[in-house]
Ligand binder design. Structure first.
Ligand SMILES: Nc1ncnc2c1ncn2[C@@H]1O[C@H](COP(=O)(O)OP(=O)(O)OP(=O)(O)O)[C@@H](O)[C@H]1O
Ligand SMILES: [Mg+2]
Length: 426
C-alpha cells in the first residue's frame, strides 16, 4: 500500500537530521579523545626517556600528578562520547517506534475504512518490525564511520604534509659527475622565520682543504653547516658545491657525499655496530671496525663484554658522552664522505683522545673537505684556515698564525685557553 509506506516513511526526514547531528558530534568528540590520547602517549614517552632528568630534579610526583590529570581528562572525554553513543540508539528506536505507531494508527484506520485487508496490514507491520535491527545496525555503522573518519582526518594531516626541501630543481645525477667537495657560500643571508642569523657570508672552501669555524655561542656556526646538506634551505645560488647551487644536486646524492656529525649526538636503541653502520647496512664488519678505529672508539668497544653487539639503550644512554660522540664520528666516517662536517663533535673527549682522532682524521681526509666547528683552539689550530663567526658574519679568516698575529677574537680565545692549560699543569 502506497499510503502505508508513506506513513511509515514520514519520520524519515527527522531521522536523517538526527543522524547527521549525532554523526557530527561523535566525530568531534572522538577527535578530541584521539588528541588527548596522543598527548598522553607523548608525555609518557618523554617521561621514560627523560627519566634521569626527572629524578635529578625530583619531579616524579608532579609528573605522576600531571599524568593522572591527563588520564582523568581522557576518561571525561571518553564518557562524553559514551553518553552520546548511549543516546544514539534509543533515539533511533524512538524514530522507528514513531513510524510503527503511525502505521498502526493510520493503517488501522485504513483497515476499518476497508481500504486494505487485515492480511496486508499484518504483513506490513511484520515488515516494519523486521526493520528494527537494520536501523539499530545503521546506528552502529554511523558511530563506527564517524570515529573512523575522525582518525583518518588526523592521519591525513600527517600524510598531506609536504617536505619543504625537495628535489624539484635537481638535475639528473648523470649530468653532474661525482662531487669533489668544494664548498662556497656566496652573499649568504639566512633567517629563521624572520630572525636574521647569517649575514652576508662569503667564503670558499677549496676541495680537499679543511676549515675550522669558531665563534661565541649562538653566532650561527651550526646554522651555517646545516645549510650544506640542506637540513635548512638557503636561497638558491648562495650555497654552492663544486661551483653549482646545491639545489641542483639530487638530495640523496648531495647528502650521501657528506659525513655529518651533528652537535647533538643521536644514537638509536640498537647495537653499536648498527649505529655505526646506520644507513650503510651492507657495510662489512671490517668496514665498521676501520671506522671505529679512525674515531678512536674501537678500544672502548672491544672492552665491552658484547663488543660490537652491545646494545646502547635508548639514545645511547649506556655510553659516556665522549663514547657517544665518537660513535657518531665513526658513523660519519664509514660512509667514506667527500665532505666531513664535525659540529662540536669533539667537545666531550679529552684533549689527548682529541689529538689522536684529529691526526687519524688528517690522514683519512687527505684530499677531502673537512669543516670543524669547535670552541677549542686545540681542535682548530691545525686546520688549513680558521674562520671566526661573530653575530652571523665572518669577522676573521686565516691560518692559526695569521689570526694570532691579528689580536682579535681568536687571539683572545687562544690566550685564555693557554692560560687554562698552564693553570691545569700547576
Ligand atoms: N631551528 C631554529 N629555529 C629558530 N632559531 C634557531 C634555530 N636554530 C638556531 N636558532 C637560532 O639561531 C642562532 C644561531 O644558532 P646556531 O645553532 O647556529 O648557533 P651556534 O653558533 O652553533 O651556537 P653554539 O656554539 O652554542 O652551538 C641562535 O640565536 C639560535 O637561537
Ligand atoms: Mg652549534
Amino acid at each position: 500500500s502506497h499510503r502505508l509506506t508513506l506513513y511509515a516513511f514520514m519520520p524519515l526526514p527527522i531521522t536523517s537530521i538526527v543522524i547527521q547531528y549525532f554523526g557530527r558530534l561523535i566525530h568531534e568528540r572522538f577527535e578530541r579523545i584521539q588528541a588527548m590520547f596522543s598527548d598522553i602517549s607523548a608525555r609518557a614517552q618523554e617521561n621514560f626517556s627523560g627519566v634521569r632528568v626527572l629524578r635529578a630534579f625530583a619531579q616524579e610526583q608532579p609528573e605522576i600528578n600531571a599524568f593522572e590529570n591527563a588520564n582523568r581528562e581522557y576518561i571525561a572525554r571518553s564518557l562524553r562520547l559514551v553518553r552520546l553513543m548511549g543516546m544514539l540508539w534509543p533515539t533511533l528506536e524512538v524514530m522507528l517506534g514513531l513510524a510503527i505507531v503511525l502505521v498502526l494508527w493510520l493503517g488501522g484506520r485504513e483497515v476499518v475504512l476497508g481500504r486494505i485487508t487485515v492480511g496486508k496490514f499484518v504483513t506490513f507491520n511484520t515488515f516494519m518490525v523486521m526493520l528494527t535491527w537494520p536501523i539499530i545496525a545503521l546506528g552502529w555503522v554511523i558511530n563506527i564511520t564517524q570515529r573512523g573518519t575522525a582518525s583518518v582526518v588526523r592521519l591525513n594531516q600527517i600524510f598531506a604534509e609536504k617536505p619543504e626541501i625537495t628535489d624539484v630543481a635537481a638535475r639528473p645525477a648523470t649530468d653532474l659527475g661525482p662531487i669533489r667537495g668544494e664548498i662556497e657560500f656566496r652573499d649568504l643571508n639566512f633567517n629563521y622565520n624572520g630572525t636574521h642569523v647569517l649575514k652576508n657570508v662569503n667564503l670558499r672552501i677549496p676541495a680537499g682543504t679543511s676549515l675550522a669555524v669558531v665563534g661565541p655561542t649562538g653566532a650561527g656556526k651550526s646554522t651555517l653547516v646545516n645549510l650544506i646538506p640542506r637540513i635548512y634551505d638557503a636561497a638558491p645560488g648562495t650555497v654552492l658545491v663544486d661551483g653549482r647551487p646545491i639545489q641542483e644536486y639530487p638530495l640523496a646524492e648531495l647528502r650521501r657525499s657528506i659525513g655529518f656529525v651533528p652537535q647533538e649526538t643521536f644514537l638509536f636503541s640498537d647495537s653499536i655496530r648498527d649505529n655505526i653502520a646506520f644507513g650503510a647496512e651492507d657495510a662489512s664488519t671490517s668496514d665498521v671496525r676501520t671506522a671505529a678505529e679512525a674515531a678512536s672508539i674501537a678500544g672502548d668497544i672491544e672492552e665491552f663484554p658484547e663488543q660490537y653487539e652491545t646494545a646502547v639503550g635508548e639514545r645511547g644512554i649506556t655510553l659516556s658522552g665522549g663514547q657517544k660522540q665518537r660513535t657518531a664520528i665513526a658513523r660519519a666516517l664509514l660512509r667514506d664522505p667527500r665532505i666531513l662536517v664535525l659540529d662540536d663533535a669533539l667537545s666531550s673527549v679529552d684533549t689527548h683522545t682529541e689529538e689522536k682522532i684529529l691526526s687519524r682524521l688528517r690522514e683519512i681526509m687527505q684530499g677531502r673537505t673537512t669543516i670543524f666547528i669547535s670552541h677549542r683552539v686545540s681542535t682548530v689550530r691545525n686546520a688549513d684556515r680558521i674562520a671566526v663567526l661573530h653575530g652571523g658574519s665572518i669577522v676573521e679568516l686565516g691560518t692559526h698564525e695569521e689570526l694570532i698575529a691579528r689580536s682579535g677574537y681568536y687571539t683572545d680565545l687562544y690566550n685564555k685557553q693557554l692560560l687554562e692549560e698552564e693553570l691545569a699543569q700547576v
